[in-house]
Design a protein. Sequence first.
Length: 563
Amino acid sequence: MTTNTKNLKLLKHKSAEVSLGPDRAPARSMLRAVGLSDEDMEKPFIAVANLASDVTPCNVHLTRIADKVKEGIWDAQSVPFMFGTITISDGISMGTEGMKGSLVSREVIADSIETVCFTEGMDGLAVVAACDKNMPGAMMSMARLNIPSVFVYGGAILPGNYAGKDINVQDMYEAVGAFSTQQISLEQLIAMERVACPGEGACSGMFTANTMASAIEAMGMSIPGAASIPAVDPRNLDVAHEAGKHLYYMLENGIKPRDIMTRKAFENAIRLVLAMGGSTNAVLHLLAIAREAEVELSIDDFDILSRETPYLTDLRPGGNYVMSDVDRSGGVQVVLKELLNAGMLHGDAKAINGKTLEENLSDVDTKPDERVIFSVPNAKSSTGGLAILKGNLTPEGAVIKVAGTKIEKHEGPARVFDGERSAFEAVTKGFIKDGDVVVIRYEGPKGGPGMQEMLAVTGAIMGAGLGETTVLITDGRFSGATRGGSIGHVSPEAAVGGPIALIEDGDIISLDIEARDLSVKLTAKELEERRLKWSPRKPNYERGVLAKYAKLVSSASVGAVTS
């Protein structure tokens, strides 16, 4: 046996008990059947979780990328084992009962990756993913397992073009609202539909997928510079190969996810999300990942950082550009370098390559173009793209994407709906008027269950021309593509008797973003009197995965994690 092979055996921290020793002969016979040689048995075993799926353009191309990860692993004297796990398409299920399964899929993804790696004794892990719940699910599993791991993003879709203007799926949801008010014809709606999503890749704006890919890069868990590369760009294959090879370095040097996913890393990720006007879902997901990494992080931390983090991009849904424009402008690293130079990032936070954030950004000399990416002196706003609201309506907190709205204060009568569909129909039939506060409840983690996103109804509100005159609040969530006065994650949720369950039609609700307040004009005594009359509703699901999820899930204010 060569010295090199002996060294390889030392890196089999988990897989040795699967493939080494006389008593493992039965296991080795199974491994020979999938193509392993004598030499391979003594190499590190690396899992490649491939979230490829035909159910969404976000993931349809991922096997091409996963195969390159495998090549990199083989080239680095390790053995790759590819397996699949689920993904779902929010864009397809949005506005249907099926959307309640979206957040559930995050837990299933995390659980399934953990289960395979734990059961099969994997020494390392690469996850190839692209859609919204893929990324937090992957990161949660990495934090739990704490074996050398790397995240590989499949990249964003390019925008479509209609009537000389770039469009994406966000425009389609808003077009439905415009059609309902006869602002566009059915022929125009269908013509837009045909071109809005021109091929493979995750949704193109600073929606949840690109938000999380950017946050993961800022956190140091992916190859530096990879987050903004479009799905169709061949550079993704080079990144994938490098990621596969890189796992050997992590094994050799004992670099594990919890060495990287520190409090400093989470603060860096949050800063970047705030600076780029990222999705409200980042709050939910980063809280969940932090819990798995055993890092102390609270919903209030997002607001503390937002008050002192400048908003540095002009990205959809609130702005004009998409992720491919960020890539042409130098990528996420340009934003990171700008924040680092302003003293807003922890430059000493480590990444998967063993270097610090500052070292990884040392060669970045591209300056903000002041069009897609802005410098700190020319920031679009001196504060970040998200705000955490509290008040007698949401004592545990709620989230608003201030980067997507011009509303700073609002006061108006509640229009209460026990579920998203009835609210959507009220909007499209013209029953919602300027000044109203649309309240959608019993859509929280337990109540939905699953905390479904509300892009159908928020898109309809924007399309109906109500985006700057109405506010929507919910204990559910929003798509990263949502814009307007939309407030989600209201906690505690209605299903557990939160104040949102006590609201009645006509109650006056006030919003003050600067004061971070969301309240209903009722006294504590009035709220208590209503609480005494309130009783829990029968669960929407009493069997299957949704029922199981509803029993285990926690409040959105702590990440809607299951335990």
